[in-house]
Ligand binder design. Structure first.
Ligand code: GLY
Length: 320
């Protein structure tokens, strides 16, 4: 169920300023499941991602560059399930997904199932800017990254001892298609720049134990990521299958654009619908009016935001 007081954030009154909102996943994080050390590390990491994006926006840089940089910082941090620190597939391998969208032109780029490209968000951006396509997959996507000169790594670079332990635990349970206990999630960023343009980016390792080439919502434009200068920039996190079924990111934008709903209301309505069909997760959003919002139906979401006239804020639990 939505908790309107704690699970939503709300900021408006743009006044020509810039905005940045980030997330590091939504799920079953609660105070008794996160150690004080993890709590501190996560908050520092979220702060670092906000610093990276806001350094660009405050100098008049683009929303597109800001979301790229914030997501890259989160991909490089092993605390999050994206880039280094990604979860392992059923076969104990790495398959990374990412996407990016520019609200100015509604150009988009996405990749699924890559395993050697160090920063999938950079690859998604190259797909958008240097290929005639929107969506590339698996080996072909990694090959395109190589051709583009993007840094390649051995897949073992992405793995951490904690992710191997979670995978072993998952395999030992011998149940389910994948681990739905999503306490570690996807990362994402949305931004509004001084010129009034918005952008969104999302990156993930997917779900522990995923198999058969399963792809979630994060690289699916309209489901996990969407940006349109007329209404919004959205990045989602959660159980991808449900986000794909509702086209969550586009649905929120469409409600805001066509029904005139505030981004907060549009996001809350779509998350309520997600709850009705059994989905868990959340979204972050910004838009041309300067909203900086989030909405989620999970106990917690790693999240943060900052604006030209709003101080840096990071949070984990639903009641803060
Ligand atoms: N939201 C991430 C996934 O379902 O893969």
């Amino acid at each position: 169920m939505l908790n309107p007081d704690s699970a939503t954030g709300h900021e408006t009154n743009r006044e020509g300023g810039w905005r940045l909102v980030i997330h590091g996943g939504a799920g079953t994080m609660s105070r008794d499941r996160i150690t004080p050390e993890q709590d501190r590390e996560i908050r520092v990491a979220l702060g670092r991602a906000l610093d990276a994006g806001s350094a660009i926006l405050s100098k008049g840089g683009s929303a597109l560059d800001a979301v790229t940089e914030s997501v890259k910082v989160l991909e490089d941090d092993p605390n999050f399930n994206a880039g280094r620190g990604s979860v392992l597939t059923y076969d104990g391998e790495i398959e990374l997904d990412a996407s990016i969208m520019d609200g100015r032109t509604r150009s988009a780029g996405a990749v699924a199932g890559v395993s050697t490209t160090k920063n999938p968000v950079l690859l998604a951006r190259r797909v958008m800017e240097a290929s005639p396509h929107v969506f590339l997959g698996r080996k072909g996507a990694d090959r395109f990254a190589m051709e583009q000169g993007l840094e390649q790594v051995d897949p073992s670079y992405f793995e951490t001892p904690e992710r191997r332990r979670q995978w072993q635990e998952f395999r030992a349970r011998k149940v389910g298609y994948f681990d739905v206990d999503m306490k570690y999630g996807t990362v994402g960023a949305v931004a509004l720049d001084k010129e009034g343009h918005v952008a969104a980016a999302t990156s993930t390792g997917g779900l522990t134990g995923k198999r058969w080439g399963r792809i979630g919502d994060s690289p699916v434009i309209g489901a996990g990521t969407y940006a349109d200068d007329r209404a919004c920039a959205i990045s989602a996190t959660g159980a991808g299958e449900y986000f794909i079924r509702l086209g969550v990111a586009h649905e929120i934008c469409a409600r805001a654009r066509l029904k005139g709903e505030s981004l907060q209301k549009a996001a809350d309505m779509v998350i309520a619908e997600l709850t009705e069909i059994g989905g868990i997760g959340g979204v972050i959003a910004t838009g041309p009016q300067g909203e900086m919002i989030w909405s989620f139906n999970a106990p917690g979401m790693y999240r943060g935001r900052i604006g030209s006239s709003q101080p840096k804020q990071v949070a984990i639990f639903g009641d803060e």
